[in-house]
Write a protein that binds this ligand. Structure first.
Ligand code: ADP
Length: 334
């Protein structure tokens, strides 16, 4: 592992006038890994990314890359590169000249800069389209040009701001697989901002979930999904029920809840909704204590004992699948 490429945020704050967009955030990114900065709109993801890139000043705190404080360096001298959401290609430059542009700015001769640009285009599989103009490319192709243009600066960390949001759903899934593959081939860190939890789960080694200008939970994607620490995380990641029990609030995955006879379950409930989802059937039930709980059952299991709305059932689960939540009402938090 190349620990010298560690990106680290130390109590980084961003204020816009009276708005605190990022509030004393500290985080050490794993070297050579794919990290998704995830969270709802307005939680401070883009501000964090732009501060790392140097497109936004840091109000307080510092940003280190490989142990070096880069907080006040201009973007081009940080060792980072940003790929923007709006691809912002130069319309009057060919694909290869778009990719070579930053080298031209650095004063490199046309021969070497075109050779390096051609290498980058090969990396993103666009060699055939080198001489096209941006308006002759599909959205996905423009995206790959933007990627090549960011990578030509040989960054230690590639920063991506909602890179897939402008693509149609089919292309989005294809591009995300390409991004993941590219990150692994290059062996550098990618930090990718998204508000889509499915995108983050599909891509990330590590998820950093933000809410209200702070990190709510960070860790390997599976841990954040399987063991949410707060109600916010459980609800944002989805696929979970949040249940209030006598000893506290708990999250439990919907596919870890089962149905049994009314007198045998841990909670008694009446079915309020049944939704067929192909491989699964989502059964929603309201408990005697007026809590809505969803059980996600494999379709075969459901059709062995089909139910109807109004049926009384017992809800069962293994205790080990309950994750106690720290909520704002819970003094144990932090
Ligand atoms: P996200 O990327 O998670 O949607 P942002 O970092 O863009 O969040 O924004 C965080 C907060 O900072 C929001 O309340 C937003 O309105 C505010 N904000 C972002 N950019 C600016 C700006 N240039 N000027 C003033 N407020 C801003």
């Amino acid at each position: 592992m190349k620990t010298d490429t560690d990106l680290e945020l130390i109590s980084v704050t961003k204020r816009y006038g009276a708005t605190v967009a990022v509030n004393a955030v500290s985080h050490r990114f794993r070297p050579a890994s794919y990290t998704c900065l995830l969270g709802p709109s307005g939680c401070g993801k883009s501000s964090t990314l732009r501060m790392i890139a140097g497109h936004e000043s840091v109000s307080d705190g510092s940003i280190l890359l490989g142990g070096r404080d880069i907080s006040h360096l201009p973007p081009a001298r940080r060792g980072t590169a940003m790929m923007f959401q709006s691809y912002a290609l130069f319309p009057h430059l060919s694909v290869i000249d778009n990719v070579a542009f930053s080298l031209k700015m650095k004063g490199e001769d046309v021969g070497p800069r075109r050779r390096k640009a051609a290498e980058m285009l090969e990396l993103v599989d666009l060699t055939q389209l080198s001489d096209r103009m941006p308006d002759q490319l599909s959205g996905g192709q423009q995206q790959r040009v933007a990627l090549a243009r960011a990578l030509i600066t040989r960054p230690q960390v590639l920063l991506l701001d909602e890179p897939l949001s402008a693509l149609d759903p089919f292309l989005r899934i294809r591009m995300r697989a390409e991004l993941r593959k590219l990150q692994q081939e290059l062996g550098i860190s990618f930090v990718h901002v998204t508000h889509g939890q499915d995108e983050a789960l599909a891509l990330a080694d590590e998820i950093v979930l933000m809410n209200n200008a702070v990190i709510e939970q960070a860790g390997p994607a599976r841990d954040v999904f399987n063991a949410p620490k707060t109600e916010f995380v459980a609800r944002f990641m989805g696929g979970h029920n949040v249940i209030a029990l006598p000893d506290g609030h708990f999250a439990i995955r919907a596919d870890a809840v089962g149905l049994t006879s009314p007198d045998a379950g841990r909670l008694q409930a009446a079915i309020t909704g049944i939704e067929y989802q192909g491989t699964h059937v989502a059964v929603t039930a309201r408990t005697v204590g007026d809590q809505d709980v969803t059980a996600l059952l494999a379709d075969r299991l459901f059709y062995q004992h089909p139910h109807n709305p109004g049926d009384r059932v017992g809800l069962i689960w293994d205790q080990e699948n309950l994750h106690q939540l720290a909520t704002d009402h819970n003094p144990t938090r932090r």
